[in-house]
Design a protein around this ligand. Structure first.
Ligand code: IMP
Ligand code: MG
Length: 173
């Protein structure tokens, strides 16, 4: 068993979700929002967030990307494994991510989504991990900022395990 150290507990996560949901509800008042979760890591965050955002019209969709040959660091070569179905032209898009590390996945996904001519594209992430950032991507709504470390839980995996943990842990690799 790898060693796991608790870093963000479920109560703190839910406080962050509530804060972000309030900000989104305020910023998008009167608008039509499409929340796009990035599979698989964002599944819990999107589920929690979507239930707290107060807007008349919200649609939900998913994207899945994967990077070649990546273990714990993204290789920079991203392939789209699942595209969106919802028509986002002229709508406000909010991309929901688990964690932004190098930022390469997200910048690729944003470029892809811009191709559909949405009114806007913003980004929301549970964790903004700064040390390895390779792009100057802007994360509009963020739960926690971390310098480094490998995290698991609340959607974040290590080799597909630990996504289901309700809290976020630092893992010793
Ligand atoms: P990026 O393209 O380097 O920003 O990588 C983003 C993706 O890498 C995330 O959506 C995660 O799937 C994965 N990732 C990056 N850091 C971690 C981590 O600390 N724990 C689990 N997955 C991570
Ligand atoms: Mg992952």
């Amino acid at each position: 068993m790898p060693e796991l150290t608790l870093v963000i507990d479920r109560d703190e996560i839910q406080r962050q979700v509530s804060k972000i949901a309030q900000a989104i509800s305020r910023d998008y008042r009167g608008r039509e929002l499409v929340m796009i979760g990035v599979l698989k890591g964002a599944f819990l965050f999107l589920a929690d967030l979507a239930r707290q955002v107060r807007l008349e019209k919200i649609s939900i969709d998913f994207l899945q990307a994967s990077s070649y040959g990546a273990d714990t660091l993204s290789s920079g070569k991203i392939i789209l494994k699942k595209d969106i179905d919802v028509d986002v032209r002229g709508k406000d898009v909010l991309v929901i991510e688990d964690i932004v590390d190098t930022g390469l996945t997200l910048s690729h996904l944003i470029d892809h989504l811009q191709g559909f001519k949405p009114a806007s594209v913003k980004v929301c992430a549970v964790i903004d991990k700064r040390e390895r950032r390779k792009t100057d991507i802007r994360i509009d709504y963020v739960g926690s900022v971390m310098e480094k470390g490998f995290l698991v839980g609340y959607g974040l995996d290590y080799a597909e395990t630990y996504r289901n943990l309700p809290d976020i842990y630092q893992m010793k690799l």
